[in-house]
Design a protein around this ligand. Structure first.
Ligand SMILES: Nc1ncnc2c1ncn2[C@@H]1O[C@H](COP(=O)(O)OP(=O)(O)OP(=O)(O)O)[C@@H](O)[C@H]1O
Ligand SMILES: [Mg+2]
Length: 275
């Protein structure tokens, strides 16, 4: 169970210039499903890299479970928080899918058999067993994305940050990734999803943090975020087809708290059965 707290964070890519963040404070609690949303360049990836220690804040502090991360190495942070990069190519280093997973287990003292078992279970779960001996560079975008997720999941961190997990993949791959996120939720992990895909926010998260030019313009419950379209506009985002449909169904009695597809179907099925 990991709790991450950022206090008064300031950060600039270019020393001496006005930074992307100043006085940014945020707290992530164990078992939360958080969506970080915002336009291109609003600072989502930078925020993730600060959390995992890849970038160092110029001011302020980041704590994990009450301990300052300045005092931890990147490897120590990685034990607590897994980060799946926006570009999966950055995460793949070896000459085969199986070696990629083996590399992720390097720091663990598991026996050869246990490692093998863990690798097999990841290959099966992500449906990539047939690529076991294949060079990761030869995989499609979606398959690379699944392998990148597997290399993080296999290390069993308490918290996972997924940076744009749904970009550039088709519906079938999306469904697998959604199942994967469901599995993380069942394991009570802190799941932070950085995304432009508002429809996936409706399905996957219970808290929304919206960034605009490095400022938090909304932090609260998903239901409160979607209640008012001005929240979307503050974050520079526009309504998706799904959201337009939900708002129109709300005119027909759908409660504002019902946002997931399954719940919407459940609500109207019940209404039909009751009439
Ligand atoms: N290595 C870098 N050097 C200088 N500026 C950078 C660097 N990386 C990002 N930036 C700038 O910092 C700002 C925030 O970038 P960041 O990548 O965090 O945004 P983002 O919200 O993740 O965007 P996207 O949705 O496109 O992934 C942008 O203005 C970007 O140009
Ligand atoms: Mg980004």
């Amino acid at each position: 169970m990991t709790c991450i707290e950022l206090t008064d964070i300031g950060f600039s890519y270019i020393a001496g210039r006005k930074g992307i963040f100043s006085n940014l404070s945020l707290k992530f609690n164990p078992s939360e499903q958080v969506a970080i949303i915002g336009r291109n360049g609003s600072g989502k990836t930078t925020l993730a890299k600060l959390i995992i220690g890849m970038l160092k804040p110029s001011t302020g502090h980041i704590n994990f479970d009450g301990k300052l991360i300045e005092k931890k190495s990147i490897a120590e942070i990685a034990e607590k928080v897994g980060y799946v990069f926006q570009n999966p190519n950055i995460m793949l280093f070896t000459n085969s899918v199986e070696n990629e997973l083996l590399l992720s287990l390097q720091r663990f003292n598991f026996t050869k058999n246990v490692k093998e078992e863990k690798i097999n279970s990841m290959l099966d779960f992500f449906d990539i067993a047939k690529y076991r001996k294949i060079h990761p560079r030869l995989l499609s975008r979606g398959e690379k994305q699944k392998l990148a997720l597997a290399t993080v999941l296999i290390q069993d961190p308490d918290a996972i940050i997924l940076d744009e997990p749904f970009s550039g993949i088709d519906m079938a791959q999306k469904i697998i990734i959604r199942e994967f996120i469901g599995k993380l939720k069942d394991q009570k992990k802190l799941v932070i999803i950085i995304t432009h895909d508002l429809d996936s926010v409706l399905e996957e998260s219970n808290r929304v943090i919206a960034l605009s030019s490095g400022k938090i313009v909304f932090d609260g419950k998903k239901t409160d975020f979607f209640k008012e379209s001005k929240n979307l506009h503050k974050a520079g985002l526009t309504e998706t087809y799904m959201l337009k449909m939900l708002y129109s169904l709300q005119q027909d009695g759908l409660p504002e708290t019902i946002l997931q597809r399954k719940e919407v179907i459940g609500f109207f099925s019940k209404r039909i059965n009751d009439t």
